[in-house]
Design a protein around this ligand. Sequence first.
Ligand SMILES: [Zn+2]
Length: 337
Amino acid sequence: MCVTFGSGQSLPITHIGNTSLNNSTTLQNVLVVPNLTKNLLSINRLTNDSNVDVLFSNNYFNVQDRKTGEILARGICENGFYVLTQSHKSLVVVLSASHLRAPFNKWHSLLGHVAFDTITTLNKLGHVFLTSLLPKPGLCNSCELSKAKHLPFVENNKHAQQVLDLIHCDLWGPAPIASTDGYLYYVIFVDDYSRFTWFYPLKAKSDFYHILIIFFNFVQNQFSTSVKVFQSDGGTEFINHRVQNCFQEHGIHHRLSCPHTPEQNGRVERKHRHITETGLAIMFNAHAPSKLWVDAFTSATYIINRLPTKILENKSPFEILFKQPPSYSNLRISISL
Ligand SMILES: [Zn+2]
């Protein structure tokens, strides 16, 4: 591929990719042309991707905010070329905010095919900015294929008082297809206080003990407190000498949910359903093969931890756990073959 100039000369494009102006700003689909001596900015892309207008005069130009008219950057005309001169700090701020601006369908897809009312909530809270109105219902094939129902969660508001007071855990598998790295199982740990979820893939059920130790070391070090109560069903991965000794050594009370009352494990069961439905929707949307299920489920968990929920008074598990709202500007559809 080449870039052709007005003079008829063309120069080869060696790469297409994203680059950042600073830590928080990414310019997308940037063409790398090594033989070009100046960096060129497309006015069409700038005015489409960001909420700015560009006003050209005979010897200068201004980049200004489309709504307020505030001048964000200036440039001059040199030998027939318009050159950005003034420090473009304010332009950088607008460009980074523009990554949060997207139509409803784009956010629906970036957030793992989330229910439309969650996107409306994020918009109201100012975490994302919608550039389109609500689409017609039933428009998304991926949602229908993953049979995601997005049922309102019927859940009581009771929860633990502190982080790590109560951890819910469950293990699923074997998956019908091994992942690219040979994983067949996965385990999730849900913190009852924040509803934050940790997802770990496993190659065999017997790897659970090792993962449990990794999880305890990680959370206890990160949050400077220890797990008090650990709730699970009576699966053999939990009821064996090694795991029981581990609970004893760490002073953890192991609470078993009763065999015939799965609702006692409801919190972790609902998380599991949410992760699989979201993960499958991401895979259908990306036309990804089944062996990428670990990548899809990891992304789903990442997204779900960042979605506001009514149970947490429209805050996300991330915000409860880390006491600050998450950033939504770095979400990309990243499943690749
Ligand atoms: Zn969808």
